[in-house]
Design a protein around this ligand. Sequence first.
Ligand code: ADP
Ligand code: GN1
Ligand code: MG
Length: 369
Amino acid sequence: MEHDIKHIAQNFNLDGKLIRYEPFGSGHINDTYCLTCEKDDRQTHYILQRINHEVFKNPPAMMENIRRVTNHIRRKLQEQQNKLASRQLVVIDTKDGSDFCRDDRGNYWRVYNRIENAVTYDTIESPELAYEAARMFGRFAAMLTDLPGPALYETIPDFHTTPKRFKTFTEVLGTDPCNRAKGAGDEIDFVLENAGICDVLLNHVDKGEIPVRITHNDTKINNVLLDEKTHEGVCVIDLDTVMPGLSLYDFGDMVRTATNPAEEDERDLSKVTMRMPIFEMLLKGFAEETHKFLTPAEKKNMVFAGKLITFEQMIRFGADHLAGDIYYKIHREGHNLDRCRTQMKMVQSIITQEEAMNALTDSVFEKLS
Ligand code: ADP
Ligand code: GN1
Ligand code: MG
C-alpha cells in the first residue's frame, strides 16, 4: 500500500526539510523508511516506521514501553560516560509532543534517529561479529534489570508461550483453510513428533527456577547494529517486543539466527546448519554480560533454548503458511513454507550437536565463575 510519506513526516520534529526517503531494512512486520532531511547543507537521517497494528494491538502503550527503555539505557550509558551513549535510539517527538502520530487511514507512525556508520547483518560471517552481537544483547538485558517503575506492557501476549504456538498450529492444521497441509507432510510430522519440548522452560518457571525478566524477545541477528568499520556492537534496535520474558528466549533466538550461515528463507537446505564456532562466540559474548545474574537452570538450558526457539519459529512459519500467509510479509509463493523448512533443518542440526554444545556451555560458565 502506498503511503504519503512526505505528509506523514511533516508531523514530526525533524531537523530541516525532507529531501528524500526510501524503504529500508528487511523486517517481516513493520514498514520501515529512511528519511533524509537537509538544513544549511547539513543532512540528517531518520528512521520512519509504520507500526503494524494488526500485530501490535496497542501502539501507544508499546511506545510508552520504548520511551521508558530507551531513556533508561541512554541515561545509564551517559552516567558511565560510555562513548555509545550518543549512538542509541531516541524516539523523535511529533510537533505536538507525542511519540507517534496517526494518518487518516488509522495507521500509527513513529520516528527514530538513524544510527550512523552502523550496519545490521541478516547472516553472520565471523565469530567476532557473533561475539559483539551477543554481548550487546546481553548488556541490554543487564541494563534493564533495574528499570524503575511498573512492569512493562505486554505488547504481544503469550509471544513465546510455545505450547500456545503449538495449539495454534494444530488448530490451523485441523481446518487446513488453504488446503496446504498435503504439501507440508514432513514438516507437520516433525512438529507433532517434537511437541514434548514445548513446555520444558515453562515448567522451570512454575518451579521458580527460571525468573521472568525484562527481555527483548526478538533478538534476531539483524536487530543489533554493529559499527561498520570496527565491527564493535553499537545498539540494540527493534524494541517493539521488549516486555516481560525469559532471558533464554533471547539467547535462543540468537542461536537460531546467527549460527545459521544461510538466509532464513534459503531453499538449498544443505547450506543450513548450526555452526559451532559461531555458537561458542555467541555464548561467550552473552555469558560475559549476564553470568552474574543468570540462575543455574538458565545456564543449563542455553542450548535447549536455541532448539526450542527455533522449533517455535518453525511452528510459527508453518502455521502462517497453512493459514494463508496472514502474519509475516512474503515475497513469493511458499515463502513461509521455505522459512519453516530452514527452521526444521536448524532444529535437526542442533539436535545432532546438542551434547557438544552443552559441554561447551558448561565450560564457558565454569571459566567465568
Ligand atoms: P522490523 O520490526 O520490521 O524488523 P526494525 O526496527 O528491525 O523493523 O528495522 C528494520 C531494519 O532497519 C533494521 O534491521 C535495520 O537494518 C534498520 N534500522 C532500524 N532502525 C534503525 C536505526 N535507528 N538506525 C539505523 N538503522 C536502523
Ligand atoms: C519477526 O520484525 P522482525 O522481522 O524483526 C517477528 C519475530 C520472528 C521473526 C522471524 C513481532 O521479526 O518474532 O522471530 O520475524 N516479530 C514479531 O524472522 O512477530
Ligand atoms: Mg527487525
